[in-house]
Design a protein around this ligand. Structure first.
Ligand SMILES: [Zn+2]
Ligand SMILES: [Zn+2]
Length: 136
């Protein structure tokens, strides 16, 4: 089982399932939501994920119609996103994991939106848009 938490520790979660491929998402929304070059996200099974403490702190921001970005309302840590059209999946922000994992990022998505100051320094596939990637 994987465990994770937000920066302040108010929100704690557990996940019993397997992580999907890890994507580094350079879309402008992820860049703003993380305050960084990209979001580092893994698709997980919503049914295997549970908030074990701090559910009341979890806030959701609808960044586009039907897409919710969940974060801790106390410290601001991004936790996961979800689509109303795919309720079975969450996209976990894996920087919040506490449990070590043994998989590495698989690819970049929205590489066409990457910050001009970011330099790609790996040989991973770079998909221009989400639709080009295998993660859909
Ligand atoms: Zn927090
Ligand atoms: Zn993104």
């Amino acid at each position: 089982m994987l465990k994770g938490s937000c920066l302040c520790g108010g929100v704690r979660y557990e996940y019993e399932g397997a992580l999907g491929p890890i994507a580094m998402c350079h879309c402008s929304q992820c860049r703003r939501a993380q305050g960084s070059a990209y979001g580092t996200n893994s698709a997980i099974q919503a049914a295997e994920f549970r908030i074990v403490s701090g559910q009341a702190l979890v806030k959701e921001y609808e960044s586009r119609p039907g897409k919710k970005r969940a974060f801790c309302g106390e410290c601001g840590s991004p936790l996961y996103s979800r689509l109303d059209s795919k309720p079975e999946l969450l996209r976990l922000r894996i920087g919040t994991l506490e449990t070590p994992i043994d998989i590495k990022p698989s690819y970049h998505i929205y590489a066409s939106s990457a910050a001009e100051w970011y330099e790609f320094k790996d040989d991973l596939p770079r998909y221009a848009e989400l639709e080009d990637s295998p993660r859909v």
